[in-house]
Design a protein around this ligand. Structure first.
Ligand code: OAD
Length: 232
C-alpha cells in the first residue's frame, strides 16, 4: 500500500466554519498573536487567553467534519494515510482518520502549568477552562496548545513520518509557520507532492502539483489522481 502523508492547516477546516488565521477576516486580524498565543501573553492576562481558547473550543465542538476530512478518512480503504495537522480541532479524528499527529496541540485537552505530562480531556458538556481550575498538583490549568515561542514536541515524530512518504499532500496552510512549513523539505526526493489550496501559496519545493481548489473539492480531485497514478 502506498503511504500518503498529508500536512494540513487551517484551510482544511475552513469549510467546517472554523476561521483560518491569515486570510482576510482571519483570527490574527481580530486578536494580537502576542496577547493570546504566547506564554508571555498568558502570564500577563491569563483570563484573556483562557477566554480566547474557550470560544475557539466551543466553535470546534459545534463544527462537523467537511467532505475534505471525510475524503481523507475514506482513503484509508486503499492507502496507508498519515495525517500531520497544524490544526487544534479534532475534525480529522471525527471524520474517521486513524493516524493523526497534532503538531500545535489539541483544543479539547488542557494541561498543568507545572507538569506538562498532566493532560486532561475537555468535553462538549464541559468545554471551558477558568482561572482557578487546577491540576492535581494544585497549579492553574492551561490549554494544551503550542504557543509561539514554545518548543514543538511532536516535530521529530512528524519528520520521521514525512521521510517515509511515498506521496506528500499539503492542504490549506499558508506555510508561514516553522517548523511545520519546513516539513516539506524532509520528503524523499522525487516523490509526488500535491498542494491543495484555493489561493496561491509560496512553497519552496520543486515540482509541486497544485490543485487550486478548496479542501472538499481538492481532496476529491486528489483521490482521482492518486487512484489513476498509484499502484496500491
Ligand atoms: P493560515 O491562516 O496561515 O493559512 C490558511 C490557508 O488556508 C491559506 O493558504 C488559505 O488560502 C487556505 N484556505 C482558505 N480556505 C480554504 C479552503 N476552503 N480549503 C483549503 N484551503 C483554504 O493557517 P495555517 O497555515 O494553518 O499556530 O497557520 C499555521 C499556524 O499559524 C496555525 O497552526 C496557528 C497559526 O498561528 C498556532 O497557533 C501555534
Amino acid at each position: 500500500m502506498k503511504h500518503i502523508v498529508v500536512l494540513t492547516g487551517a484551510g482544511m477546516s475552513a469549510e467546517s466554519g472554523i476561521a483560518t488565521f491569515r486570510d482576510s477576516g482571519g483570527l490574527w486580524e481580530q486578536h494580537a498573536v502576542e496577547d493570546v498565543a504566547t506564554p508571555e501573553g498568558f502570564a500577563r492576562n491569563p483570563k484573556l487567553v483562557l477566554d480566547f481558547y474557550n470560544a475557539r473550543r466551543r466553535a470546534a465542538f459545534a463544527a462537523v467534519p467537511n467532505q475534505g476530512h471525510i475524503g481523507l478518512a475514506d482513503m484509508e480503504k486503499d492507502y496507508k494515510v498519515s495525517i500531520i495537522t497544524q490544526n487544534v480541532d479534532d475534525l480529522h479524528e471525527r471524520a474517521g482518520s486513524t493516524s493523526v499527529l497534532h503538531l500545535h496541540g489539541e483544543l479539547n485537552k488542557m494541561r498543568s502549568t507545572v507538569d506538562p505530562s498532566l493532560i486532561y480531556t475537555l468535553t462538549a458538556d464541559n468545554p471551558e477552562i477558568h482561572l482557578g481550575d487546577k491540576c492535581e498538583k494544585g497549579s492553574q490549568l492551561r490549554p494544551h496548545i503550542v504557543w509561539f515561542g514554545e518548543a514543538v514536541p511532536m516535530i521529530e515524530d512528524a519528520i520521521r513520518i514525512v521521510r517515509k512518504a511515498d506521496v506528500l499532500v499539503v492542504i490549506g496552510t499558508s506555510l508561514n509557520v516553522y517548523p511545520a512549513a519546513g516539513l516539506l523539505g524532509y520528503a524523499p526526493s522525487g516523490i509526488p507532492v500535491y498542494l491543495i489550496d484555493p489561493n496561491d501559496v509560496k512553497a519552496y519545493q520543486p515540482e509541486i502539483h497544485f490543485i487550486k481548489k478548496g479542501a472538499s473539492e481538492g481532496v476529491g480531485e486528489l483521490r482521482r489522481l492518486l487512484d489513476s497514478s498509484c499502484k496500491k
